[in-house]
Design a protein around this ligand. Structure first.
Ligand code: G6P
Length: 569
């Protein structure tokens, strides 16, 4: 999702801005731009990757202040015109978020000629108009909350104030950092780590004014704030690919370490048994992790669990009361729909977050938080954070040692499954099937594959296929069938035989204790059995997706159209 990076300081700004924006690339984007100050404000923007923007810039330009942006299109196509920064009157700004009442605001700004289709440009005009009424930017920004509905993190510069950058945020992340070379506003912590590991988390409606020598933070009443400085305690060097070709592969291989760390650092988990109902809420893979959690909590704690997609949960009757626990799962801790769900229910029941990013918005909003220790996840498609989420959920239900599990994962990681990927990568359609826990893994496998390889893939509960979808099975259709549950394996095998009879090419994933020689599959992956089975099953599934995407020459770490931190609804 959009990334903001603003800098003012001693160094030439253009290389600093490009570097900072590159560290936000993982969020996902489709155009980029910067505005830098010489004796005036210069705006350069371009469609596509940062390399396209770089070609238009002279890195040696004498400029020491600038605002930068990577845009993930929401309102208006991903083109140069809609790219940020936007400029109207004396205001130039970059924006992350969505202005919900932009149409309404636009109708009040008829004197402006709009150049883009974005909601952002409306904000630009609004701020310019308010400055005409009262030429005091701090006062204008303090009024935004009353006028603007939606979410925004903004970096702003003004024609008649070329030494300062202004920032404000509401419902979108923005951090502030001071360093020896100057001051920064950024959407996320990795972007500042090259210069400092200290940062300030801005709260909603905080306003920032920063020059090269001074930084001031105000609340909405324009009182100056003295905010806590946080220290990033991760290893900065870990935010590089190291010996791996892609972050995704590196992150898959980090799983034994980060799972063990998550296990060690979360020995005192909440007691679920005091609740009579649990809801688990998340988006994407976090939702899939919730489904695995449901299986374990229902099986081992005997408590009813409903797993809900956050963008659905927020608009329906949730049937919660004080005996309900709602668990929110999010890697980034910033996903807009998940955050909105926390705000919706937090006064009615207990809330627990399973979150990867420390002090992120969801982590700060829930009553209790458990941090997964996956470390910085850079690849857009999640792997290690998903596994850590599952581990936390399983640990709450099981409370069992994971030492054996870790050595089994290490064994599995000795295979790369590239040969299996070679059988798949030319297909345009694929099915993942499984029952119960294996179906939940199938959903994640299918999502992983389509996210990074763009193969159309569907996950089906194995027994459901015959109610329609089996009509799509033809000669050589790839079906990846997962069967790791001893109580269901025979039923799943029956379903596999049904697709095999119709010509499917079957890749069968099972455990050593259920393994059998037979002719109902074409390829077989055998995994060691374990009580934490999903954390083993997921390894070949992730590696298959990776190798298929690599064979198809896809942009594995930054898949098209996707964003890592989804701060829009
Ligand atoms: C995006 C990412 C997914 C992720 C989902 C939820 O769509 O691409 O990988 O599962 O958001 O993100 P969260 O940060 O809330 O876990």
């Amino acid at each position: 999702m959009c990334g903001i990076y603003c800098y003012v300081g001693k160094k030439k700004a253009i290389p600093v801005l490009l570097d900072g924006l590159a560290s936000l690339e993982y969020r996902g984007y489709d155009s980029a731009g910067i505005a830098y100050v010489t004796d005036k404000i210069n705006i350069i923007k371009e469609k596509g990757r940062l390399d396209n923007l770089k070609k238009l810039l002279d890195l040696n330009t004498d400029t020491y202040l600038g605002i930068g942006h990577t845009r993930w299109a929401t309102h208006g196509k991903p083109n140069k015109k809609n790219a940020h920064p936007h400029h109207q009157g004396k205001v130039t700004l970059v924006h992350n978020g969505i202005i919900e009442n932009y149409q309404e605001l636009k109708s009040l700004l008829k004197e402006y000629k709009f150049k883009s289709e974005t909601d952002t440009e409306v904000l630009c005009c609004l701020i310019d108009k308010l400055l005409k009424e009262n030429n005091n930017i701090l006062k204008v920004l303090s009024k935004l909350n009353e006028l603007v509905k939606g979410s925004y993190a903004l970096g702003i510069i003004l024609n008649d104030d070329l030494n300062n950058i202004y920032g404000i945020k509401k419902n979108s992340p923005l951090i502030l950092a001071k360093s020896d070379i100057g001051n920064f506003l950024a959407s996320d912590i990795p972007a500042i780590l090259k210069y400092t590991n200290e940062y300030i988390l801005l709260d909603d409606n905080n306003i920032v004014k920063m020059s090269k020598d001074e930084v001031k933070i105000y609340d909405s009443k324009l009182n100056v704030l003295d905010k806590k400085i946080n220290t990033f305690d991760g290893d900065i060097n870990k935010i590089s690919k190291g010996k791996y070709e892609h972050f995704l592969l590196k992150e898959i291989y980090e799983q034994p370490d980060v799972l063990y760390k998550t296990y060690l650092e979360n020995q005192n988990l909440p007691d679920l048994k005091k609740y009579n109902k649990i809801h688990i809420v998340g988006c994407g893979s976090a939702y899939h992790a919730g489904l695995v959690g449901k299986y374990y909590i229902e099986k081992y704690c005997n408590i009813e669990v409903n797993v809900e997609i956050a963008s659905e949960y927020r608009y329906k009757n949730n049937f919660i009361n004080k005996n309900t626990l709602v668990i929110f799962i999010s890697q980034s801790g910033e996903t807009a729909d998940t955050l909105a769900c926390v705000k919706k229910v937090k006064d009615k029941c207990d809330t627990l977050g399973i979150i990867n990013v420390i002090d992120s918005s969801i982590a700060r909003e829930v009553k209790n938080v458990i941090y997964t220790k996956a470390g910085c996840e850079i690849a857009v498609a999640t792997t290690k954070a998903y596994s850590c989420q599952i581990l936390v959920l399983m640990m709450m239900a099981l409370k069992k040692d994971i030492t054996n599990l870790i050595s089994k994962i290490n064994n599995l990681l000795k295979n790369d499954y590239e040969e299996i990927a070679k059988k798949i990568y030319k297909s345009e359609h694929l099915f993942y099937i499984g029952r119960d826990i294996d179906y939940y893994l199938a959903l994640e496998g299918s999502l992983k594959l389509k996210e990074i390889s763009y193969i159309h893939s569907e996950a089906y509960a194995a027994g459901e296929l015959k109610h329609g979808t089996i009509s799509l099975i033809e000669k050589n259709t790839i079906v990846i069938a997962i069967a790791t549950d001893k109580d269901l394996v025979e039923k799943t095998i029956s379903n596999i035989k049904e697709v095999k009879a119709r010509g499917a090419y079957v890749i069968y994933i099972t455990t050593n204790s259920l393994d059998q020689e037979s002719d109902f599959y074409d390829e077989k992956i055998v995994i060691e059995e374990d009580i934490y089975q999903p954390l083993l099953t997921i390894i070949p599934i992730q590696l298959i997706a990776y190798h298929v995407a690599k064979l198809r020459k896809c942009d594995i770490d930054k898949p098209k159209n996707l964003a890592k931190s989804v701060t829009v609804e």
